[in-house]
Design a binder for this molecule. Structure first.
Ligand SMILES: NC(=O)c1ccc[n+]([C@@H]2O[C@H](COP(=O)([O-])OP(=O)(O)OC[C@H]3O[C@@H](n4cnc5c(N)ncnc54)[C@H](OP(=O)(O)O)[C@@H]3O)[C@@H](O)[C@H]2O)c1
Length: 331
């Protein structure tokens, strides 16, 4: 069997989840990982039986003999490793948001086109089995013309400082924005957003954004990092789709497996990255399986095109600007 050799840069919370999912794919070898912390590298190598680590992303890209590089650093540190990996002719899976400015996004897209490698941005919801099923129903026309979408992604407040310090719109809102475009099959022409600061006077933790699409559809994106620690899961998300002939919705946490014990009530995540026997399954697993299969077969990926990644950053930035200026932004 041919094998896919992977190098992964960024060993934070999400890099760890990705490695845990990759460890279930029989044709994948994670040949090296990279973080600036040697202690973290050692810890992760031990956990997953990985033989090599690098403290500098240039070295893993140049020396690790990986076919594909996964970039899972913080959003403000995506651009350089992605550009370097593309320049070296590697296939690349980049975490969202692709970058924090459109100028950087365009540099990356230009390089990816020039190098003709397999390049995908991790817009994970497109790999959630429920969201995919709903997309198929929408495509078949069962709901008629989609006219309205409400999409929410709210997160435990304890995660705010470490994981949303640039802006929640680009960290979590971007998932909902991508979802709205995907379901509406149309382009956003106007954005009006409002924000609230509770946790930090400089960075808003809560946003609502109203998106207007070119054929008249509307969507509301909500993202707030104020979920209390007592919430049953770190993520609370909902999508409600209204069409001219039907409506549909998806709720997370899904009430599929309530567990009640003497001490607490639990509604474990059974879709995003449920951990079974120490390995992450669910959405993250499906996404990594798709990307690594494309690399294995040498086939370009067709699930998240470059324009999707660009548009989602453009709309998220417009929402931030709209909330700052308290006026609607035309795109
Ligand atoms: N698709 C999804 O559903 C999903 C879900 C969660 C997160 N994410 C995305 O995944 C990315 C990572 O998120 P996270 O929560 O894991 O962040 P995190 O916990 O802050 O981890 C970031 C990691 O990157 C490393 N890093 C930073 N600069 C580096 C450099 N120059 N060279 C090597 N390593 C470097 C950091 O370690 P050192 O500072 O020690 O180097 C740290 O290990 C973000 O883009 C986030 O938006 C996506």
């Amino acid at each position: 069997m041919d094998r896919v050799r992977i190098g992964l840069i960024g060993l934070g919370r999400w890099g760890d989840v990705q490695l845990s999912a990759l460890s279930t794919l029989p044709y994948v070898d994670v040949v090296a990982v990279c973080s600036r912390s040697e202690e973290r590298c050692r810890q992760i190598c031990k956990k997953y039986g990985i033989k090599k680590y690098y403290l500098d992303f240039q070295e893993i890209i140049q020396n690790a003999e990986a076919r594909a590089i996964i970039v899972s650093t913080e959003p403000e540190r995506h651009v350089q490793p992605i550009l370097l990996a593309l320049e070296a002719g590697k296939d690349v899976l980049a975490e969202k948001p692709l970058a924090l400015t459109l100028k950087e996004v365009d540099r990356i897209i230009q390089k990816a086109r020039e190098k003709e490698v397999i390049f995908m941005v991790a817009h994970t919801l497109r790999f959630d089995i429920r969201y995919e099923l709903l997309k198929e129903r929408i495509k078949k026309g069962e709901l008629g013309k989609i006219v309205s979408i409400y999409s929410r992604r709210n997160v435990w407040k304890g995660l705010f400082e470490q994981h949303a310090k640039h802006t929640p719109m680009l960290e979590t809102g971007i998932h909902e924005i991508d979802l709205c475009r995907w379901y509406m099959e149309d382009e956003v022409i106007k954005v009006y957003a409002r924000k609230v600061n509770v946790l930090d006077p400089k960075i808003a933790d809560t946003y609502w954004a109203v998106l207007t699409f070119s054929r008249g559809g509307i969507a509301v994106v909500e993202t707030s990092w104020l979920l209390p620690d007592g919430a049953p899961t770190e993520l609370n998300s909902t999508v409600e789709v209204i069409g001219s002939r039907g409506v549909a919705s998806i709720e997370s946490p899904a009430m599929g497996m309530p567990i009640w014990t003497e001490k607490r009530s639990e509604y474990p995540d059974i879709f995003f990255w449920p951990v079974i026997n120490g390995h992450a399954r669910g959405t993250v697993h499906r996404m990594l399986e798709y990307f690594t299969c494309c690399v294995l077969k040498g086939e370009s990926q067709k699930r998240v095109c470059l324009e999707d990644a660009r548009e989602s950053v453009k709309i998220a930035l417009a929402a931030v600007e709209s909330a700052e200026k308290e006026r609607e932004i035309s795109l």
